[in-house]
Write a protein that binds this ligand. Structure first.
Ligand SMILES: *Cc1c(COP(=O)(O)O)cnc(C)c1O
Length: 230
């Protein structure tokens, strides 16, 4: 038997959540903001259900998923009192499912999708809150409107499709410091009069809070490493 100290303690998502909430609060207060103005979105994609369940039981209400079908299978019948957010790319042929299922869709990024969402909202009589994803790093492989397109796209969403946009979301390039991207997203939101900013993940959520995030999307730091998809 190795000494007890050599056995790593099992990852405890409930304690990790307490720690993350404290770090969010400290980062908010250090930048003159209130802790309660920043929400923690627990990114539960590819996490074993028992971890997710413990976090639900500990009082977490907001969860993020990046695939429509996976989210529906996992959360159907288990989501009373919770808010589910779609944070992954949305295909137009899944727009109706997404509108029927999520409280928030954070990845609106093109006109075809705006039209599909508007149609689904009309048909279902249910309207999720919407964020526009901005590709702040202008990476060709990444979803999102460019910073230059953001203003025109948001006007188009409102005028042509009757979609009210609540905020902006970004995923900075993995290989760059995130802070300039967070600052850019905050600047675009300010000029558009949008008050909600979804930015910051496990590695950089405190930085995001200091730069104005109103929600941070934290997965692995909260639940532990994700399982590979089958
Ligand atoms: C997976 C994912 C996250 C969470 O990433 P972590 O680094 O595990 O915190 C956040 N945002 C989006 C859009 C994601 O797809």
């Amino acid at each position: 038997m190795p000494p007890a100290s050599a056995i790593p303690a099992p990852f405890d998502p409930v304690r990790a959540r307490q720690d993350i909430l404290q770090r969010i609060a400290r980062a908010a207060e250090a930048s003159g903001r209130r802790a309660e103005d920043v929400e923690l979105v627990a990114v539960s994609k590819q996490q074993p259900w028992e971890r997710v369940q413990r976090v639900v039981a500990s009082g977490q209400r907001l969860f993020g998923e990046n695939r429509v079908q996976e989210a529906m299978q996992r959360w159907e019948g288990r989501r009373d009192g919770l808010e589910l957010r779609l944070i992954g790319p949305l295909q137009t042929n899944k727009a109706t499912d997404a509108v029927g299922f999520f409280e928030v869709i954070e990845t609106l990024d093109r006109e075809r999708l705006a039209r599909a969402l508007a149609d689904a909202i009309q048909t279902l009589g249910r309207a999720p809150r919407l964020y526009v994803q901005v590709n702040t790093g202008e990476e060709p492989q990444k979803a999102g409107v460019t910073p230059a397109e953001a203003d025109g796209f948001i006007v188009l969403c409102g005028r042509t499709y009757g979609l009210k946009i609540e905020g902006l979301m970004c995923i900075p390039p993995a290989a760059e410091p995130a802070a300039p991207h967070f600052a850019l997203l905050a600047k675009i939101a300010a000029r558009l009069g949008l008050r909600k900013l979804s930015m910051g993940m496990s590695a950089d959520f405190e930085e995001a809070v200091r730069l104005g995030a109103t929600s941070v999307r934290v997965g692995s730091a909260l639940f532990g490493p994700r399982l590979p998809r089958a």
